[in-house]
Design a protein around this ligand. Structure first.
Ligand code: SAH
Ligand code: AVI
Length: 325
């Protein structure tokens, strides 16, 4: 067997994941509601993270390549706002691809990727640390909606939260405000946030992005049931559910559901969960904003949009925010 490469010295890890029992009771309670729900954070086991990475490369899924284009084109201006030497904190860092677009220009003094998908975070942080030996990487395994316990470990300096990918769109608007309030508190008066936000647009374009021809999004959606099977010792049969995604124009959000193909009773956590034919589990919302709508949301959290960058077709937006005075 080949010796694995030793971990580079510039990468450290901190474990702050919720206890498995807490996840189990949260998940079970959400499946017992009248509208059954699964929090989208459960998508991201090792396979879920791989499927998400495949989604980002699909022709129909415009957000990733559009945001990459915006970040690449404007990296100089973005770096001026964030300021060299800052501590860059990325909640939901995934494969840490987008930060690579900024590192050379920005030269942060530390990078703090935070993710719930443990294996994926470990791999991504180590790869990044090897590629950028000058960068201090402090990776945190955590649920970014729970308390941020890593702040004691950070060096002194300006803090900037990097929240790309429109991951903010997966939070209900009030939860997004609460999240941004915590960002404001974390970065303090002298800090900032760089947030990627997907924009409201034609339903056709949006529906296509979440119903790709290859069926990768459907696989990603269905895979969450594998996760439930493990966490709740359940017997969801993936063949008995189908992927459904549609743009709800009134609420300006994509909704993803898993629809029961038949009436069924699924063994789960020592009991049963009943489904009627056509009943769904709501697995994700992906809110789309206008620039004005996002500015209003951020204002509710005490953050002001200092500068916004959009692509030519106005599909996606990246915003630099600062505490409002
Ligand atoms: N920032 C990357 C990845 C976005 S995908 C990009 O822009 O491409 C969303 C990421 O957030 C995934 O890596 C997922 O594992 C992580 N994630 C989702 N919910 C989370 C939560 N509650 N806490 C921590 N990480 C979460
Ligand atoms: C991570 N998040 C912003 C993606 C989105 O577009 O809401 C997750 C996703 N779900 C289906 N496709 C991609």
């Amino acid at each position: 067997m080949k010796n694995p490469l030793p971990d580079p010295d510039n990468v450290t890890f901190q474990h702050a994941l919720p206890a498995p029992d807490d996840s189990r009771s949260e998940l079970l309670a959400s499946l017992q509601r009248e509208q059954k729900l699964i929090n989208p954070k459960y998508f991201y086991d090792e396979r879920g993270s791989q499927l998400f990475d495949r989604i980002t490369r699909l022709p129909e899924y415009y957000p990733t390549r559009t945001e990459i284009d915006i970040l690449s084109r404007h990296r100089e201006a973005i770096s001026e706002y964030c300021e060299a030497g800052c501590i860059l904190i990325e909640p939901g860092s995934g494969s840490c691809e987008k930060v690579r677009l900024l590192l050379d220009e920005l030269q942060p003094s530390a990078y703090v990727p935070i993710d719930i998908s443990a294996e994926n975070l470990r791999r991504a942080a180590l790869e990044l640390g090897r590629e950028y030996p000058w960068l201090n990487v402090h990776a945190v395994y955590a649920d970014f909606n729970q308390s941020w316990t890593f702040t004691d470990e950070l060096p002194e300096g300006k803090r900037v939260v990097f929240y790309p990918g429109s991951t903010i769109g997966n939070l209900e608007p009030q939860a997004a405000v609460n999240f941004l309030m915590r960002v404001r508190y974390l970065v303090g008066d002298g800090g900032g946030a760089l947030v990627g936000v997907d924009l409201h647009k034609s339903s056709d374009r949006l529906n296509a992005a979440y119903n790709d021809a290859e069926g990768v999004t459907a696989e990603f959606n269905l895979n969450v049931l594998e996760r439930v099977n493990v966490l709740l010792d359940a017997e969801f049969d993936l063949k008995n559910f189908r992927h459904l995604a549609f743009y709800n124009r009134e609420r300006q959000r994509i909704e993803m559901h898993l629809v029961s193909e038949q009436a069924q009773s699924v063994r789960c956590n020592g009991s049963h969960i009943a489904f009627t034919e056509g009943e769904s589990i709501h697995t994700e919302s992906s809110y789309k904003y206008t620039v004005e709508g996002f500015a209003k949301l951020a204002a509710r959290a005490g953050l002001a949009l200092e500068r916004s960058w959009l692509d030519e077709d106005e599909l996606f937006s990246v915003h630099y925010l600062e505490p409002a005075h």
